[in-house]
Design a protein around this ligand. Structure first.
Ligand code: M6R
Length: 612
C-alpha cells in the first residue's frame, strides 16, 4: 500500500514524479506529496495535499516554477497511522527541514522512538509513524547521508520501502527496503526508483529489485547498493516482459473494464505452452517438481486473501476431485494468528496477484520455516512472494491496475486446474480424463469471450438492480467460491451490502433478510448440485426476493421461476467458475457505473495490501 517514486536525472523531476505517482495511485489514493530539490539553493520544496495526485499537481504547478530541479521524491498514501490529512501526507521532514522521507510500510516501534526524540526536545507535526524516521536520520547525520540512514534504520522495527532526500546532498537519493518492494529502473544518465514497475516501465525495461536490508544510493553518476552497515551488495538487473500499453486504458473508460475484456487473451497467455496433449497432462516447470516430488505431496494448504482466497477455494475442489489430496484453505493471516499443522509432505500454495500481500507473505515465511514445500502463484514477476517461495507458477495475465481483481482470478483458477491435472496424472487421473480436462481448458479463451459478448444484456440487468442496498449471492460446490467472489466484487465496487453464501446455508438464518428489495444472484450452471440449488431459488421466490440466475445457456428448468437470466456457455463443472465470475464482474461493474462510483479506485481500498 502507498506508492513511492524518486528520480535523479536531467529531466524536470517534478513532472517525472507526478506522472509516476499517477501510475502508482492504485496503491493508495487518500493523500499525496512531493519533495523537490532546488539546485540553485540548498533547500527543499515540500508540497502535500489531502486527496488525489491531480490535486497535488495543481498545487505544485502554482509553486514549482521557483524551483529548478533534477531530483525529487513523491508519495501517494493509504493511511495507516493518522487520518488522510495534509499534515499526515508524506514526505515528512526533520526539524531543520534538511531531511525528507517518503515511506511505504509500518514502523512497529515508532512510539518508543518518538518518546525518546520528544525527550530531546524534538517536536512532531504529524500522527504518522514515518515522521520518526526523518528525525532519527537527522539525529545520526554527521555529513554522510547514506551512513545516517543506515544507522537510523538499524534502530527501526517494522516494514519499509523508503526514500530519503537531503537539502545538503543535491542530486542524491537514499532508498532502503525491508518488507515493502522497491524497484530501480536503470536508464542511461538517469534513475527512476519506485514501489512498483508501473512507474518505471515508461523509462526503461531494465530493473533491479532491492532485497530486504539493501540500501541504495543514487546520484547523477549512477547507483550503488550496500547493506545497512555499508558492505557492498550485488543485485542482478532483470528485463520487464510487458510494455507501457499494458498499463494504459487503451480506449476503455476504466481499467477494470479493460481488464475484464482482456480475459480471453490473459487466459491464453496463462495456458500458453503448458497444456501437454502428448502426455494428457500439463507442464509447469516453475514448480520444479519431478514425478517423485509430486508423488510425495500428501496434503495441500492454500494461503491467500480476498479474491485470491476464493480462487484457492475453487482449487480445493479441483485438488480433491482430481488428485485425492486433502486440501485446506486458510485466510493467510491465520498462519500466524493460529498455528496450522504443517508436516512433511505438505505443499503450501501462496496465491497472490500482487505477490506483495503482507499476510500471504507472512504465511509463506511461516511455512518455509516449518520446512514445507512452498509454491507461489503470482502475477507480478519478481514480486516478493514469488522470490521468497523460489518456485511456483506465474499467471502471465499482464498487469492488473483496477483495484478490484478480475483477470487475476480467472488466471489463478486456470493455473490451479493445470496443477490439479499435473498432480492428478501422477496419481489417479487417467489419461482419458486428463485429455478431456486439457481439451476443456484450451476452450477457456473462447468461453470467456462468449460471456463478454453478452455485456449489453448484463448491463441491462445491472441497471434494473442498481438501486438495491443489499444483495445475496448463492452457489454450491464449485459455485460457492464464485458466489463469494460475486459478492466481494459488488460490495467493493458499488458499496451495496452483498453477502456470498452457500446455497444450502441461506435457510439457516440469512433468509430472514430476504424481501422484495433484496436481489439474490444464484449461480447454478450445469453441475452435480444444480437441482438442489434450483430448489433454493424456490425458497427465495417464496419470500418475494427477485432472483437473477447465472445458468448454462439453454437452461429450461428456471423458466418462469426467476426474474432475470444470465447465460454462460456449456462447459464442464470444474471450470464453470471462470465464465460465471466473468458474468459477475460485468454485473458489478455496470451496477457501480450506474451508481456513479469510482470504479478503479473504490473508497478505502488499495491494490496491494502490504500491511498485516
Ligand atoms: O494481490 P493479492 O492477490 O494477494 O491481493 C489479495 C486481495 O487483497 C485482493 O484480491 C482484494 O480482495 C481485491 N480488492 C479484490 O478485488
Amino acid at each position: 500500500m502507498c506508492g513511492i517514486i524518486g528520480y535523479v536525472g536531467p529531466q524536470d523531476a517534478g513532472k517525472v514524479v507526478i506522472s509516476g505517482l499517477k501510475r502508482l495511485e492504485y496503491r493508495g489514493y487518500d493523500s499525496a506529496g512531493i519533495a523537490l530539490q532546488n539546485v540553485q539553493q540548498p533547500e527543499l520544496l515540500v508540497v502535500r495535499t489531502a486527496g488525489k495526485v491531480t490535486e497535488l499537481e495543481i498545487e505544485l504547478d502554482a509553486r514549482q516554477p521557483l524551483f529548478s530541479t533534477g531530483t525529487a521524491i513523491g508519495h501517494t498514501r493509504w493511511a495507516t497511522h493518522g487520518e488522510p490529512t495534509r499534515e499526515n501526507a508524506h514526505p515528512h521532514s526533520s526539524s531543520s527541514g534538511n531531511i525528507v522521507v517518503a515511506h511505504n510500510g509500518i514502523i512497529d516501534n515508532y512510539l518508543v522512538i518518538k518518546q525518546l526524540l520528544q525527550g530531546q526536545g524534538i517536536e512532531f507535526t504529524s500522527e504518522t509513524d514515518t515522521e520518526v524516521i526523518a528525525h532519527l536520520i537527522e539525529h545520526y547525520y554527521e555529513g554522510e547521508l547514506s551512513e545516517a540512514v543506515g544507522r537510523a534504520l538499524q534502530q527501526l522495527e517494522g516494514t519499509y520501502g523508503l526514500m530519503v532526500m537531503s537539502a545538503l546532498h543535491p542530486n542524491m537519493l537514499v532508498t532502503a527496503r525491508n518488507g515493502s518492494p522497491i524497484v530501480v529502473g536503470i536508464c542511461d544518465g538517469e534513475t527512476v526508483i519506485a514501489s512498483d514497475v508501473s512507474a518505471v516501465v515508461s523509462h526503461t525495461k531494465q530493473v533491479i529489485y532491492l532485497d530486504d536490508g539493501d540500501l541504495l544510493t543514487t546520484t547523477s553518476d549512477g547507483v550503488s547498493i550496500t547493506s545497512l552497515r555499508n558492505l557492498p551488495v550485488a543485485r542482478d538487473a532483470i528485463e520487464i516482459d510487458w510494455d507501457i500499453e499494458a498499463i494504459e486504458k487503451g480506449g476503455f473508460e476504466h481499467f477494470m473494464r479493460k481488464e475484464i475484456h482482456e480475459q480471453p487473451t490473459a487466459l491464453q497467455n496463462t495456458l500458453r505452452g503448458r497444456l501437454d496433449f502428448s502426455s494428457s497432462s500439463t507442464k509447469l516447470s516453475g514448480m520444479q517438481m519431478g514425478p517423485t516430488k509430486l508423488a510425495d505431496i500428501d496434503r495441500i494448504m492454500v494461503a491467500a486473501c480476498g479474491t485470491s482466497l476464493y480462487a484457492g477455494m475453487v482449487g480445493k475442489h479441483l485438488f480433491e476431485d482430481f488428485t485425492g489430496i486433502p486440501t485446506d484453505i486458510l485466510h493467510a493471516a491465520e498462519f500466524r494468528d493460529h498455528n496450522p499443522i504443517v508436516q512433511r509432505g505438505t505443499c503450501m500454495l501462496a496465491i497472490s496477484q500482487s505477490g506483495e500481500t503482507a499476510d500471504t507473505l507472512g504465511a509463506v515465511r511461516e511455512c518455509l520455516r516449518k520446512g514445507a514445500q512452498v509454491l507461489g502463484i503470482c502475477n507480478v514477476v519478481g514480486s516478493t512472494i514469488a522470490r521468497e517461495a523460489g518456485k511456483g507458477v506465474y499467471l502471465h495475465a499482464g498487469p492488473e491496475i483496477g483495484v478490484a481483481s478480475t483477470k487475476a482470478f480467472t488466471s489463478q483458477v486456470a493455473v490451479l486446474a493445470m496443477m490439479a491435472i499435473l498432480l492428478g496424472r501422477s496419481r489417479r487421473l487417467s489419461a482419458d480424463s486428463g485429455q478431456r480436462m486439457i481439451d476443456e481448458l484450451s476452450r477457456l479463451p473462447e468461453l470467456a469471450q462468449a460471456v463478454l459478448d453478452q455485456e449489453d444484456e448484463i448491463a441491462g440487468i445491472a441497471a434494473k438492480y442498481a438501486r438495491a442496498e443489499h444483495a445475496f449471492f448463492l452457489g454450491r460446490g464449485y459455485m460457492y467460491p464464485a458466489a463469494l467472489e460475486g459478492a466481494l466484487k459488488l460490495k467493493e465496487l458499488s458499496y451495496i451490502h452483498a453477502e456470498g453464501y452457500h446455497a444450502a446455508e441461506l435457510k439457516h438464518g440469512p433468509i430472514a433478510l430476504l424481501t422484495e428489495q433484496v436481489p439474490v444472484i444464484v449461480i447454478a450452471p450445469d453441475s452435480s448440485g444444480k437441482s438442489r440449488t434450483l430448489a433454493n431459488i424456490q425458497e427465495c421466490k417464496a419470500r418475494k426476493a427477485p432472483v437473477i440466475a447465472i445458468v448454462t445457456e439453454g437452461e429450461r428448468d428456471i423458466n418462469g421461476l426467476v426474474d432475470d437470466v444470465i447465460s454462460i456457455p456449456h462447459c464442464e463443472e470444474f471450470i464453470a467458475a471462470i465464465p460465471a465470475v466473468i458474468a459477475e464482474q460485468l454485473f458489478a461493474y455496470h451496477i457501480a457505473r450506474e451508481r456513479g462510483c469510482e470504479i478503479d479506485q473504490p473508497r478505502n481500498l488499495a491494490k496491494a495490501v502490504t500491511v498485516e
